[in-house]
Design a binder for this molecule. Structure first.
Ligand SMILES: [Zn+2]
Length: 452
């Protein structure tokens, strides 16, 4: 390993600024396959079950209505995609009985349906990234299982994103594992995702990233001039839900409130968007907030288990088209109907998800055990880390920014170093390090912990 002095020499030869990554041709090809027409078919099929309300799961699937019929269809879709890729997907269900509780008047069967595209590299297949949407729906009354609850946007759109990512990415192979999940029980209290995330934690899954898509239909109510079909919001927690007292103390002392793992994932999505979309065509709006006011979502279930997880949601929601009985009152149409979904928009959201999943599944693991040395009072900053596990990394990138800057401003690339000194005061900057491979894939950025 090289010493810090050489790293400084390398640094002095490099201009500051974040190098632009080159799009991966395999990923670009996959994004090209994302189809607004297929997404429309998926959403219309989901709406055809009349209601997918979680408490309807005791309706027989043979009747073609209710949550169980919808779950069976989703499973059959994953199985169809798997046939088209030579059996490359492991299609599974996570089924359990939710005990009675808030919004669940009696014990209720909940079925999560998912497909696993196993990583091809044994040293990296244990690394996982996941996309999810909730297939359950509701109308004006949380517990109504009889009146229609079409749920085209909330969350037929997110379910369609998960399915479409599975369809296009299963035509390709990646070193790490990708999981395509659809859950139920969201509207009753995040029960499906809660069960799944706990299972992942109990089984020790190395989930590097979770993308929750909820309300990504890009509501296109006629006359709404404030909707922006070029923007998807990405919500992320700043301080990890699972931070312990010691971590909170460090965050309070040194200003880590904007640098939890979920926020690094949000920044990663923004950088992927810059690689694969002209910004004027489509871009994320990064919101430094866990979720919208008064609202929640399935990413929280994963945050509660200590995983990096974010929520993607359309730019401007129309509340007449969420959680409403289908009806017309005073000339206003209520209800979450397919005709309000912008399928081209949902396709762009699916592309952004697919690009993020594929980039992470192609990239090396993040470097391990990153530390910022703080033993001595010095005006430069030394980072040390352990090599990225899994053998894919060919180098590293040290990132930094002003403490008040929203995103990384400077990058220093090094080959095979695990210790770098940068002539910038740690008191004035936030640092991170990530792993790179020869093709330019980047891992998630890891913020070093201070080491005395
Ligand atoms: Zn929702």
């Amino acid at each position: 390993m090289l010493n810090g002095a050489l790293a400084v020499a390398l640094f002095s030869q490099q201009p500051s600024g974040i190098p632009t990554a080159t799009p991966d041709p395999q990923i670009a090809a996959a994004l090209h396959e994302v189809s607004p027409a297929r997404i429309q078919q998926t959403i219309e099929k989901l709406v055809s079950f009349s209601t997918r309300q979680t408490l309807s799961s005791d309706m027989p699937a043979s009747g073609g209505k209710g949550a169980t019929a919808a779950a069976k269809w989703i499973k059959s879709e994953f199985e169809r995609y798997s046939k088209e890729c030579g059996g490359c997907l492991e299609v599974r269900t996570d089924e359990f009985v939710q005990e009675a509780g808030p919004r669940v008047p009696k014990p209720t069967k909940i079925t999560n349906v998912y497909a696993v595209l196993r990583g091809t590299d044994p040293a990296n297949a244990g690394r996982m990234v996941l996309v999810t949407g909730h297939y359950d729906s509701r109308n004006s009354d949380t517990n109504d299982v009889t009146a229609p609850a079409p749920g085209a946007n909330d969350d037929g759109s997110g379910t369609a994103v998960s399915l479409e990512c599975a369809r296009v990415l299963s035509q390709h192979r990646f070193p790490a594992t990708i999981i395509f999940l659809t859950v139920a029980g969201e509207e009753q209290g995040l029960y499906g995702s809660g069960h799944f995330a706990k299972m992942a934690r109990a089984q020790g899954w190395n989930l590097e990233a979770v993308l929750n898509n909820d309300i990504v239909g890009g509501d296109r109510t006629p006359g709404d001039t404030l909707q922006d079909a070029h923007v998807v919001r990405v919500f992320s927690e700043g301080i990890p839900t699972t931070a312990d007292e010691k971590q909170l103390k460090t965050i309070r002392a040194l200003g880590g409130e904007n640098d939890g793992p979920s926020r690094q994932l949000a920044r990663y999505i923004a950088s992927v968007a810059g690689e694969y979309f002209p910004p004027a065509a489509f871009h994320p709006l990064i919101v430094y907030r866990h979720d919208r006011y008064l609202r929640g979502g399935d990413h929280s279930s994963f945050n509660e288990q200590g995983y990096a997880a974010v929520r993607l949601t359309e730019y401007r929601e129309n509340y007449n088209h969420q959680h409403q009985n289908v009806r017309t009152e005073n000339g206003i149409e209520y209800g979450d109907l397919p005709k309000f979904v912008n399928y081209d928009y949902t396709a762009n959201v699916a592309r952004l998800n697919a690009a993020t999943l594929a980039s992470l599944a192609s990239a090396p693991a993040p470097p391990a055990n990153a530390r910022l040395l703080t033993k001595d009072l010095q005006n430069d900053s030394t980072l040390v880390w352990e090599p990225s596990p899994g053998g894919l990394a060919t180098g590293y990138e040290v990132l930094w920014r002003d403490t008040a800057a929203p995103d990384w401003q400077h990058a220093l690339q090094v080959e095979n170093l695990t210790r770098v000194t940068v002539p910038v005061s740690k008191d004035n900057a936030v640092f991170a390090v990530r792993a790179l491979d020869a093709k330019g894939h980047r891992s998630l950025a890891i913020v070093p912990v201070p080491e005395r």
